[in-house]
Design a binder for this molecule. Structure first.
Ligand code: NDP
Length: 248
């Protein structure tokens, strides 16, 4: 892809691993200045250093997006330290699978806090400035699970269906004023996401995806860079990317 993001500031949540890390790196390689949010400060600081050592601009901002004040501070510090904000990639997320009966309600709260409130808080902090400047882009990383509910994934589905609904409503509110909204819906990607699940759940996931060559984080980063690299009058609203052999 020959996309030039020089002069743009791209803020990425969940930049300490997986899709967020790959997206931040790809955006920096395309010439953007990037701000990196996640709770693991060491990981985002190492990534920022790698980008800066490679001649790019990056700032690591340790952030828990589930906390409204920290999410707002991430957006504000991005503007203060990188001179503006053009693209917000709401990528941070957790996926804690398991059946609804007998579930740990604390896991539900974690998913809703990060996958839903995390997206709302950063968007809320960013959107006023984007509307004022009459340009900008919000990219929300949802999932195939945002379009298709399955047994054992109910609350993760709830959070991602919510992200889909929110993204479309937001798009209708801001697109005529020059602010673009893109929904990215990955299928199975090889990242740390599954590792936060209980061992028996990880086993079920492995069985579900047996024989499927999973996507790499870079495959999703490519889709995001493609969407944000389009000319201002082109709005890529939704991108659904599955591994070829993923059926459901
Ligand atoms: P990873 O587990 O590798 O990355 C998740 C990222 O989210 C990490 O950087 C983590 O950073 C961050 N994060 C989690 N909680 C918080 C928090 N409270 N505040 C700030 N950051 C947080 O998984 P992926 O890269 O796979 O996940 C990225 C997104 O892609 C998620 O939204 C996920 O739902 C979605 N997705 C993934 C798929 C897959 O198969 N992997 C499929 C479909 C969608 P830290 O822990 O340092 O805070």
């Amino acid at each position: 892809m020959n996309i030039d993001l020089s002069g743009q500031v791209v803020a990425v949540t969940g930049a300490s691993s997986g899709i967020g890390e790959a997206t931040a790196l790809a955006a920096a390689q395309a010439g953007a200045a990037v701000s990196l949010a996640a709770r693991r400060a060491d990981r985002i600081e190492a990534l920022a250093k790698k980008i800066i050592d490679g001649g790019g601009r990056a700032v690591a901002i340790p952030t828990d997006v589930a906390k409204e004040d920290e999410a707002a501070a991430f957006v504000q510090r991005t503007r203060d330290e990188l001179g503006g904000l053009d693209v917000l990639v709401n990528n941070a997320g957790v996926m804690l699978l398991g059946p609804i009966p007998g579930a740990d309600a604390g896991e539900w709260r974690r998913m809703i806090d990060v996958n839903v409130y995390g997206v709302l808080y950063t968007t809320h902090a960013a959107i006023g400035g984007l509307l004022e400047q009459g340009s900008g882009h919000i990219v929300n990383v949802s999932s195939v699970a945002g379009r298709r509910a399955t047994a054992g994934s109910g609350v993760y589905n709830l959070t991602k269906f919510g992200v889909n609904a929110f993204s479309e409503a937001l798009r209708q509110e801001v697109t005529a004023q020059g602010v673009r909204v893109t929904l990215i819906e990955p299928g199975a990607v090889a990242t740390e996401l599954r590792e936060h699940n209980r061992p028996e759940i990880q086993k079920q996931m492995d069985e579900r995806f047996a024989g499927v060559e999973k996507l790499k984080s870079e495959d999703i980063a490519n889709a995001i860079i493609y969407a944000i690299g389009q000319p201002d009058y082109v709005s890529i609203n939704e991108v659904l990317v599955r591994p070829t052999k993923q059926v459901g």
